[in-house]
Write a protein of this length. Structure first.
Ligand SMILES: [Zn+2]
Length: 94
């Protein structure tokens, strides 16, 4: 029955991973699959996973292109970007 127990544990991890993935705006099925195939790694992965849309944004002071906060050089005009004034940072709604 060891195989059955393993499947049960893997499925439990899979569902937990899927639920967290769904709560973060990703696909339940994809994370269910990841969590079932890689029980512990999948769960850690989904906990660390951050959807791109949650990254704070600001616009380039030179050309106005909207960039993620972690971008250090503007890909459009090549301006070096430093941490902006907090008032210029847009926090996307979750
Ligand atoms: Zn720019």
């Amino acid at each position: 029955m060891a195989g059955g127990v393993y499947v049960l544990i893997a499925l439990t991890f899979g569902i937990a991973t899927g639920v967290i993935g769904r709560a973060k705006g990703s696909s339940f099925l994809i994370w269910l699959l990841v969590g079932t195939v890689l029980p512990l790694l999948g769960l850690i992965g989904v906990i660390l996973y951050r959807p791109e849309t949650e990254e704070p944004e600001r616009s380039c002071p030179t050309c106005g292109k909207v960039l993620k906060l972690y971008v250090q050089v503007c890909p459009r005009c090549g301006t070096d970007l430093y941490l902006p004034d907090p008032s210029e940072v847009t926090q996307p709604r979750v």
